[in-house]
Ligand binder design. Structure first.
Ligand code: ITT
Ligand code: NA
Length: 199
């Protein structure tokens, strides 16, 4: 069975291949890039779960195939959860990871270490062409560094130091990150649901 990964974010796609394979899902995984004729959906939801479902339904409807989507972001305690669902376009340019990270660090420059709590959040959604939907969430708590460190991963990985670790997400190996990440938790929880619904 073919399962569409309803995302154009290369960092997510790499992680999803590893997470879903490790979860024992024996499906042909295809990125949204395989369906260039399907337009990107407007992320009009106000939660990660709503946006993940919007993205999954759009691909499933347009292709007649099951689709999973990931909506995710970084939620900063002292910013009342921002950037949150706006993480990908915090600087104004969608997907400019470096500009987003630099702006966030500038905004937090006066914030002391003990107030730099934050977490990554991920909603993993499954949609079937008949409208069936499931969504689960995962989080990864940590603290924000004052400067980026590490070159693995993507997005805000170089500034988030996961709880219980002394390095940033960008200094973890991909396997180490997936084992504890918001995305790993969400998609490992979704995998049995996918297996049950797709057989
Ligand atoms: P798709 O909608 O095509 O999936 P996107 O990049 O627009 O791609 P989102 O709207 O979910 O996806 O934005 C997620 C943003 O949150 C992303 O741009 C990163 O900056 C950040 N983010 C999410 N997961 C992350 C992770 O594991 N590590 C670092 N940053 C992450
Ligand atoms: Na989003």
């Amino acid at each position: 069975t073919r399962l569409i990964l309803a995302t154009r974010n290369a960092g997510k796609i790499t992680e999803l291949h590893a997470i879903l394979a490790d979860a024992g899902l024996d499906l042909e995984l295809v990125g949204a890039d395989a369906y260039p004729e399907v337009p990107d959906v407007k992320e009009t939801g106000v939660t990660f779960a709503e946006n993940a479902l919007l993205k999954a339904h759009a691909l499933a409807r347009a292709t007649g195939l099951p689709a999973v989507a990931d909506d995710s972001g970084l939620c900063v305690d002292v910013l009342n959860g921002a950037p949150g669902i706006f993480s990908a376009r915090w600087s104004g340019t969608h997907g400019d990871d470096r500009a987003n990270l630099d702006l966030l660090l500038a905004q937090l420059s006066d914030i002391a270490d003990e107030h730099r709590g934050a977490h990554f959040a991920c909603a993993a959604a499954l949609a079937l062409p008949d409208g069936t939907e499931r969504v689960v969430e995962g989080t990864m708590p940590g603290t924000l560094r004052h400067a980026p460190t590490g070159t693995n991963g993507f997005g805000y990985d170089p500034i988030l130091q996961p709880e219980g670790h002394t390095v940033t997400c960008a200094e973890l190996t991909p396997a180490e990150k997936n084992a504890i990440s918001h995305r790993g938790k969400a998609f490992r929880a979704l995998a049995p649901v996918v297996r049950e619904l797709l057989g």
